[in-house]
Design a protein around this ligand. Structure first.
Ligand code: NAP
Ligand code: G4F
Length: 358
């Protein structure tokens, strides 16, 4: 039988790249989507297949992580061979505003899937989208032995989902793995995460429809990689004979300030003329420095990401400029081409007029 994947969070950045990757590798893909009053499928519309047509391999199902019965009945009905648990309230700053909701979706939501899987007795492998945020203030570089010191409701919920994944493996023998992913970005990144907020603002400043961008802490350092490379690691983890918990990142890190240098500098501009600090974007507790030590992943699954933040910045600026009909310098597109990223397509992104506030 060919592989049948069930993805929660298919409408998100990672879910969309993962669906695209799996479809291009012959999988049947089922995705959980939320009912919204407007369409929330922009990232996967280019993958849409009419389910009435024979040969369709992408199917979308309504559900919500806060309704565990919807997830449980889907798992029983679909009998997937692989489950990717990617859905989450994934914004760290927002988790301070909505700590309980974040716990319910990002923490308990994972437990609900694991429990549904156990009860259904469906023989599926399980992947949990864990996060480098679980390391919090633990000293970099962080690896599989680094203590967890979560600094936000989001991170605390991710610690819970990490240990529930381990627990279901140990207690019930599930092939359940954690991918502890460091920050990964792309042209499909949500508009309120700092990299995309910057590249989107820069494109609008070039167009003349925005004059400033308001940001928070510019000193924090992150290990920023390119999202399509990370979804291939998720699949490799599922294919690993034994369940594993692996740290995934580039091993390089830069400050937000340096990311501003890469993006504005790419267009020959000085970011200090356009950036203002707004205390609203500071966090009650910050994670100062994340850098992955991903040696174990390299050995276990042969994962070795190619794109680092300086190139990633160009990829994202090129895409956000093109989305506004501007002529980008194109160095980012060349980086992708020369690294063989031809298996995914960017949906035709249109930037909305609203400034990203997150
Ligand atoms: P994202 O773009 O924010 O996508 C989140 C997805 O979860 C969306 O599809 C969203 O649906 C869905 N979702 C949210 N609440 C839901 C609910 N109550 N029920 C069902 N679906 C719900 O996140 P991402 O960047 O792709 O990240 C994927 C996963 O990896 C997340 O778990 C995130 O926390 C984790 N992670 C991300 C990174 C990173 O750097 N990107 C690093 C480490 C870990 P809507 O489209 O309807 O909102
Ligand atoms: O882009 P961010 O919001 O990402 P953050 O908090 O690192 O979380 C992301 O990566 C995690 C993996 O480590 C994921 F688990 C999580 O789901 C998410 O994808 O912020 C990055 C840094 C922070 O230090 C933040 O304080 O940028 C700083 N920052 C400065 N100004 C800002 C802003 N962040 C945002 N979102 N908006 C600002 O205006």
């Amino acid at each position: 039988m060919s592989e049948r994947a069930f993805i929660t969070g298919i409408t998100g950045q990672d879910g969309s790249y993962l669906a695209e990757y799996l479809l291009s590798h012959g999988y049947e893909v089922h995705g959980l989507i939320r009912k919204a009053s407007t369409f929330n499928t922009a990232r996967i519309d280019h993958l849409y297949q009419d389910p009435h047509e024979s040969g369709a391999r992408l199917f979308l199902h309504y559900g919500d992580l806060t309704d565990s019965t919807s997830v449980a009945s889907l798992l029983r009905q679909l009998e997937p061979t692989q489950v990717y648990s990617l859905a989450s309230q994934s914004h760290v700053r927002v988790s301070f505003e909505m700590p309980v909701y974040t716990g319910i979706v990002t923490g308990i939501g994972t437990a609900a899937i694991l429990e549904a899987l156990r009860r259904s007795e469906v023989d599926a492998r399980f992947y949990n989208a864990s996060s480098s945020e679980i390391f919090g203030q633990s000293k970099p570089p962080q690896n599989e032995e680094t203590p967890f010191r979560p600094r936000s409701p989001y991170a605390a919920a991710k610690v819970y989902s990490y240990w529930m994944t381990v627990n279901y493996r140990e207690a019930y023998g599930l092939h359940a793995s954690n991918g502890v992913l460091f920050n990964h970005e792309s042209p499909r990144r949500g508009e309120t995460f700092v990299t995309r907020k910057i590249t989107r603002a820069l494109a609008k400043i070039r167009l003349g429809t925005q004059t400033k961008v308001f940001l928070g802490n510019l000193k924090a350092k992150r290990d920023w990689g390119y999202a399509p490379e990370y979804v291939t690691a998720m699949v490799k983890i599922q294919e690993h004979p034994e369940p594993v918990d692996l740290v995934l990142g580039t091993g390089t890190s830069y400050s937000v300030e340096e990311f501003l240098d890469f993006t504005f500098g790419y267009l020959g501009m000085e970011w200090r003329e356009y950036v203002e600090i707004d205390a609203r974007y500071m966090r009650p507790a910050e994670v100062d420095h994340l850098t992955a030590d991903a040696r174990r992943a390299r050995e276990a699954i042969g994962w070795d990401p190619k794109i680092r933040a300086p190139e990633l910045a160009k990829v994202m600026v090129d895409n956000d400029m093109a989305a506004l009909g501007l002529e980008p310098p194109g160095e980012g597109f060349s980086v992708l081409q020369s690294n063989g990223f031809d298996w995914f397509k960017e949906p035709s992104l249109k930037l909305s007029g609203r400034e990203a506030k997150g």
